[in-house]
Design a protein around this ligand. Structure first.
Ligand SMILES: [Zn+2]
Length: 655
């Protein structure tokens, strides 16, 4: 593909004109999109973002096909992304190898004699994985001093997507655990164990993971950064987990002994200590074999790939078909060598003009927030001063990093796929660990340039918009301001609002965890946020499952605040201009249709269930209807009347 396909950011053919916008605005704005775009068999969810993501993958596929031709003129980065992709596409070679690439680690696990030998092996497995067994160990900014990077030891070690899956007692949760156990049996058999032995092994894994799950914080609890902040000295860490020799672990990670480690969940590590005491080395071997197989199965022969797909995608998320190999391989390159690939993507798709326009819009929305803060009736002058300081300190990162990641240390071999994955993961783990004690690099990105998403980082106090999310139909330089402000403007406002949601508001302008609110203003905020929590708690995700609105609070507040800010900014940017109706819609109507049309999409019911537990975002229709039903600006634009569903009697307003 030479260029990306063009889809305009406002499309009247996606509307369902049979629906009254005041009754169900989402259906009005997206009904026909959903009809025209059924969920493809290889997707759990299909929406405007997923479709654009797939367009980007197709475009990257072309770049990778080109780079995989072994011409001598390739740059070092082209060699790496091209040969990695080529190794991944070599299905015959991968099939022939079967489980052989796992053998070195399986042998190391088999050779374990006693529990005290675990740390070095665990360190090796952690380096070569994204979410290794038992716990996670990495670097992050100190909550108390954002300029300082320290070690973080975090809860982990579960094979199901959340701790709730292990503790809930309803029929569906029990069914899921039974299916998970079947999956464990299948995987142990693939590793060569008998059915009887695999059954017993599955039970061991269930027992150990259930203990870990019970000692883990819930996702709602983890929204409180104070609950995750426990800096321990080496002595205190040793006292917490006396059966785990940390020096041996650190040495195998290749890092010095840590004088301070933030243990995000001390109770979880107490449980690790208890499991080290109560489980035999035989049990630990079983647990490690499972996690090794789980982590690596997507990169092994088809029997492993299929088993992994059958449980995690087909059963858990309702996906009918596996993604074609090229699609999976493009995503692995994006994951493992993302900035090498993303650099080419950004050069080919993201013009300086688009960057300038996105930055200008961001500044408009920041200006709207400044005005909004000045005018807020519920916040006192002291807190306002701090809020303005925080707003002014936010760094806008647009498109791609100013400084590209250097992959020269990663060796990529054309016919060694699992080796390539290993080396890339080890490179990334070490890159993270090597940050400990060094000056913080504020130019870094957590998303690659082709990513169709954006984020706010409370400790960096920055907002990040990859090139992938600033393309049509989300951001459309050919389109007028109304839908662009409605769509991308609302997203920019959303990310800004995250600095001031239930979680983000606890960090100050420097990204430090510090209370800058007067008690009265904090209480005022909580009261307003509670309105949103109560509102979304009434919405259904699927079947009888309601939104866990304590989990989605930050995103819901950001959705509402983001659209408010985008609307204010758009009004400001177009003041004095004579805006004309177009296609039968007023400028205000076009703003709101643009706002809704980022979210057009549908999702399989199984996937909705997973999201009800794990996703901090509300379902798409609620992210649109929940917002507009709080906005008199919307209700005026569509002449909605009191009592209609899109007009809430008690509108919520936080920012
Ligand atoms: Zn968000």
């Amino acid at each position: 593909m030479a260029s990306l396909p063009y889809t305009p950011s406002f499309d009247a053919s996606f509307l369902d004109r049979g629906v009254d916008p005041c009754v169900d605005f989402y259906k009005f704005a997206c009904g026909n999109w959903i009809r025209l775009n059924p969920i493809p068999p290889d997707q759990a969810r299909w929406d405007v973002y997923a479709k654009l993501h797939t367009d980007n993958l197709r475009f990257l596929w072309g770049i990778l096909e080109q780079a995989s031709k072994p011409s001598p003129g390739r740059s070092p980065n082209e060699q790496k992304i091209g040969d990695y992709f080529s190794a991944c596409m070599d299905e015959t070679g991968i099939e022939r190898a079967g489980a052989v690439p796992l053998e070195p680690e399986l042998e190391a696990i088999a050779a374990l004699q006693k529990v005290t030998e675990l740390p070095p092996l665990l360190a090796r497995l952690h380096l070569a994985s994204q979410r290794g067994p038992l716990f996670e160990f990495t670097s992050s900014q100190d909550y108390a001093d954002s300029n300082r990077v320290i070690a973080f030891a975090m809860a982990g070690g579960l094979g199901l997507p959340d701790r709730d899956y292990y503790v809930k007692t309803d029929a569906k949760s029990q069914e899921t655990r039974a299916k998970y156990r079947e999956h464990l049996v299948r995987m142990f058999q693939l590793l060569g164990d008998s059915r009887a032995k695999s059954n017993a092994e599955a039970q061991t894994v269930m027992d150990m993971e259930t203990s870990l799950a019970k000692a883990s914080l819930t996702r709602v609890e983890k929204r409180d950064p104070y609950k995750l902040f426990h800096k321990l000295s080496e002595g205190e860490l040793t006292k917490l987990t006396s059966r785990f020799p940390w020096p041996a672990y650190w040495s195998a990670l290749g890092i010095p002994a840590q004088t301070v480690t933030n243990v995000t969940e001390p109770r979880f590590f107490e449980e690790v200590e208890r499991l080290l005491e109560t489980h035999s080395i035989g049990d630990w071997k079983v647990y490690l074999r499972w996690h090794l197989a789980r982590e690596r199965s997507p990169f092994l022969s088809s029997a492993f790939v299929r088993a992994n797909f059958d449980f995690y995608s087909k059963y858990l998320r309702g996906v009918a078909e596996m993604q074609p190999r090229w699609k999976r391989c493009v995503q692995y390159v994006d994951r493992d060598l993302g900035e090498a690939l993303g650099q080419v993507f950004a050069e080919k798709t993201f013009s300086p003009e688009t960057k300038a326009r996105a930055l200008a819009m961001t500044k408009e929305i920041e200006k709207a927030m400044e005005t909004d803060l000045q005018q807020l009736s519920w916040m006192g002058p002291e807190t306002k001063k701090q809020a303005q300081a925080k707003l002014h300190a936010i760094v806008n990162k647009i498109g791609y990093p100013d400084k590209w990641r250097d992959y020269s240390a990663v060796k990529i071999v054309r016919a060694d796929f699992l080796g390539d994955v290993d080396r890339a993961l080890i490179f990334e783990s070490k890159r993270e660990l090597n940050k400990i004690g060094k000056p913080l690099d504020r130019t870094e990105w957590e998303m690659t340039p082709p990513t169709v998403n954006a984020y706010y980082d409370p400790q960096m106090n920055d907002i990040n918009f990859p090139a992938g999310v600033l393309e049509p139909p989300l951001f459309d330089p050919r389109m007028d301001d109304a839908p662009n402000y409605g769509n991308t403007g609302s997203t920019i406002g959303h990310e800004l609002t995250h600095g001031f949601d239930d979680e983000g508001r606890q960090f100050d302008a420097h990204g430090n965890l510090k209370d800058w609110w007067t008690a009265k203003d904090a209480q005022q905020f909580e009261q307003r946020a509670a309105c949103v929590v109560d509102q979304y708690a009434q919405y259904t995700v699927v079947d009888d499952i309601k939104i866990n609105s304590k989990l989605t609070e930050g995103e819901d507040v950001a959705d509402l605040g983001g659209t408010m800010l985008a609307y204010m900014a758009w009004k400001d940017a177009t003041r004095g201009k004579d805006l004309k109706p177009a296609g039968g819609f007023s400028p205000d109507q076009r703003f709101f249709i643009g706002m809704a049309q980022w979210a057009c999409g549908d999702e399989r019911p199984e996937s909705k269930r997973v999201n009800a537990i794990t996703n901090p975002h509300s379902p798409l229709e609620d992210r649109v209807n929940g917002v507009v039903s709080n906005m008199p600006e919307f209700q005026r634009a569509f002449s909605c009347k009191a009592g209609q569903p899109m007009v809430r009697a008690q509108a919520c307003r936080v920012w």
